[in-house]
Ligand binder design. Sequence first.
Ligand code: ACO
Length: 329
Amino acid sequence: MPSTPPGARGAVITGWGVALPDKILTNVDLESMMDTDDEWIRDRTGIVQRHVGGTTAGLSTEAGRAALDMAGVGPDDIDALILATTTPDRAVPASASTVQDQLGLTSCGAFDLNAACSGWVYALVNAHGLIAMGARRVLVIGTDTLDRITDYHDRNTGILFGNGSGAAVLEAVDGGGQLLGWDLDSLGEAESALYAEIGGVLQMEGREVFRRAVRLMADSATNALTSAGVSADDITLVVPHQANIRIISASLDRLGIPLERASIVLDRTGNTSSASVPLALAEALDEGRVSDGDLILFVGFGAGMSAASAVVRWSPNAAEFTDDGANDE
Ligand code: ACO
């Protein structure tokens, strides 16, 4: 697995934002829709409620605008918009085009990236690649509206999924920036464990996904730690994909990282696929769980089966890295 080359131009996250639709579906609500119960769902998944409704472009625009406002970045300043999603609003064009228009981003490239629940971490790594090649600012959004491909009468899948969006602004810096190491992975041979045909709903072999997910997350995280040249003990905060608290707990066990170091939002959001990592990141940052110099480990897995991890040394201040005017050409 390649690692970040020495001397590559890096980036820092300077703003973030989230969006969740107003409508909430609790476990108790689900009891009248399928043969399940609140206690079973809490015990077996950690999920208590999920949000439903909204569109992928609409939620992305809300989260993206919040991130731009926080970064103090104007619509002319973004060079690329990457929207990680597995539920675009239409087959053509990319939902990123709609978001670009709604945010008024006047001069940027915009594209969707589908790596299922690993999507936002895939997008984060790809954004760093664009910045290494000269982009100044990239807006990285992860959004899914899984209610459109979920059968809420099927207890195998209907208890898990919800809608949401999270976004971050990445700004180029002169030095190496935040990203220390990364890993992108895919296990196509396991794709039949979790899929949805076009126009269909999610089909899943839950136990198989669980089994593979624990190993994939631990392996991918280990690759990223190695690539960054750090150990699991060095990590202050883990931002894992939010699929099931038992998957997170088992994979962190393998890594030797206590569960208390993870940011967990799945109790309130369910599995929001591409949105889950940026939602969990935003909550941890808003709660002040990360200080300058701390190491964050992102780790995602999803249908494909895909996996992606990144190790970031936190510093929110682009100016610390950047000479005057270096970002303004
Ligand atoms: N409510 C009540 N009982 C249930 C439910 C339910 N929703 N589902 C299954 N059960 C019952 C089963 O019938 C079974 O009963 P039995 O023992 O009498 O036969 C028992 O509970 C255990 O069933 P399992 O299928 O073994 O349940 P498990 O503990 O594996 O939990 C789950 C199922 C939650 C789906 C788990 O396997 C899981 O989380 N898998 C991973 C799913 C996942 O993360 N998917 C997303 C991937 S990311 C992406 O790309 C979208």
